[in-house]
Design a protein around this ligand. Sequence first.
Ligand SMILES: [Zn+2]
Length: 122
Amino acid sequence: MSAIDTNRFREALLEERQRVLGAIENLHEENSGSLTDLSGEETAFDNHLGDTATETYERELDYTLEENSEHVLGEIDAALKRIEDETYGICTNCGRPIPEERLEARPWATLCIDCQRERERR
Ligand SMILES: [Zn+2]
């Protein structure tokens, strides 16, 4: 028997999943919007060198954000699957229970704090 109330964490995960999906959608909309603007614009580029540089920089930031969001989305889906499998809240490295306060901060955590620290040191 698990001492963890997985229902509560399932709800937190589903809520977070919605939030991340919304963020990804926003990023897609912003990206496709600026692409349309660029192709429709026929003014000479030399006048806008500064703007172009800034735009490229911002788009790169968006992509990084998007990658992170999709990464988190994958972790959330994996955590939901672990709830189904009744392995949720157990460290995937050492098999010990992950402290509940850690799960509250990161409901998709797969490692206990000790194993996480160990991994980050490598
Ligand atoms: Zn561990």
